[in-house]
Design a protein around this ligand. Structure first.
Ligand SMILES: [Zn+2]
Ligand SMILES: [Zn+2]
Length: 333
């Protein structure tokens, strides 16, 4: 089978490997597609401290069809179409035993989606119904990031929200906020081609942060208060810093954009103290997947998929992502 292995920073190689044999508790999945995430570029460039064992087949937003079972696998059957969650909590470390699986100290990173097949533990496979399209199934992982971030915001129906960044995650957060009963949804996005898409996903107002004083505009739209919740979905120091000017007193900032590990942002501790602010970080979330799948027809996160390539053209698709052409590309074996 064709697969792409990362050997080190900038060293991604296309190779022919044998189709893997599923071990105990695993299933062999024939991959139907894998989307390209901005994080894949960070991983390829060596900016991902969690990836310790190389070489590794990368690609983490994928889905497939079960074609064979390993010994003792019972929760899926050959023919099932499954969304894949790309890492598994160990269930044994202290955070796992305390029920905080997202803080697992030894999560198992799975064989990735830039390949024709993967042998995967059944706990990371989630069956989807026939009416779920392939594009929806491979959007489950990034959509689950949006679902989890909205969970963490602990919003009330009608809350006013600012989403900084109209990329794939920002857009899907907007769709999720609309489904979750948010009030006014304001998006900040400099790329004019993305602004109408933000409206399609449910934004009420889309602002260009380069043209206007974003904070003054948000204040004007919120009766002088600021937003109840601000989602940072870019991952740059300046957009993280911007959150503090947009949130109301007592409001919540959710940082879901992936910054470089060495990036630093500045804020005034007094503003957090006097403003009773809540700041939360949000990452992927395995346990939100069943709800994420149920929400697919309502939010339609696959609308961010703008470009499709054969797996053999992955390097071209990655280049497109680097140049930020379109919103999101995916590859199909
Ligand atoms: Zn991703
Ligand atoms: Zn654990």
């Amino acid at each position: 089978m064709l697969c792409y292995l990362l050997y080190g920073p900038g060293d991604l190689r296309a190779e022919e490997h044998d189709i893997p044999t599923p071990g105990p508790g695993e299933a062999l999945v024939k991959i139907i597609g894998c989307a390209i995430c901005h994080t894949d570029l960070a991983i390829i460039d060596g900016h991902w401290p969690f990836l310790t064992k190389l070489p590794k087949i990368i690609g983490h937003e994928y889905a497939g069809t079960v074609v064979a079972l390993g010994p003792g696998t019972t929760s899926v059957a050959p023919g099932d179409r499954v969304a894949v969650y790309p890492s598994a909590p160990c269930g044994l470390c202290l955070p796992c035993r305390r029920g905080t699986f997202w803080l697992c100290l030894r999560p198992r990173a799975l064989s990735g989606g830039f390949a024709e097949y993967a042998a995967l533990p059944e706990q990371c496979l989630f069956r989807v119904l026939p009416q779920v399209t392939d594009e929806q199934a491979l959007s489950v992982e990034p959509f689950s990031v949006a679902v989890h971030s909205v969970d963490l915001a602990q919003m009330q129906p009608g809350d006013t929200v600012v989403v900084i960044g109209g990329g794939a995650i920002g857009l899907v957060i907007v769709g999720m906020l609309r489904a979750a009963g948010a009030g006014k949804i304001i998006v900040s996005e400099p790329d004019p081609s993305r602004r109408p898409v933000a409206v399609e996903f449910g934004a009420d107002v889309v602002l260009d942060p380069r043209e206007r004083d974003l904070a003054a505009k948000v204040k004007a739209l919120t009766g002088g208060m600021g937003a109840d919740v601000v989602f940072e979905a870019v991952g740059l120091p300046q957009t993280v810093e911007q959150c503090f000017a947009l949130v109301r007193r007592g409001g919540t900032i959710i940082i879901v954009g992936v910054a470089l590990p060495e990036a630093e942002a500045r804020f005034k501790p007094f503003d957090v103290f006097a403003g009773h602010l809540t700041i939360r970080g949000s990452w992927g979330a395995w346990w939100t997947i069943p709800r994420t799948i149920d929400l697919l027809p309502k939010v339609r996160p696959e609308r961010v998929l703008t470009h499709r390539f054969p797996l053999a053209e992955l390097p071209r698709a990655l280049e497109l992502r680097r140049k930020q052409v379109g919103i999101k590309a995916y590859v199909i074996p």
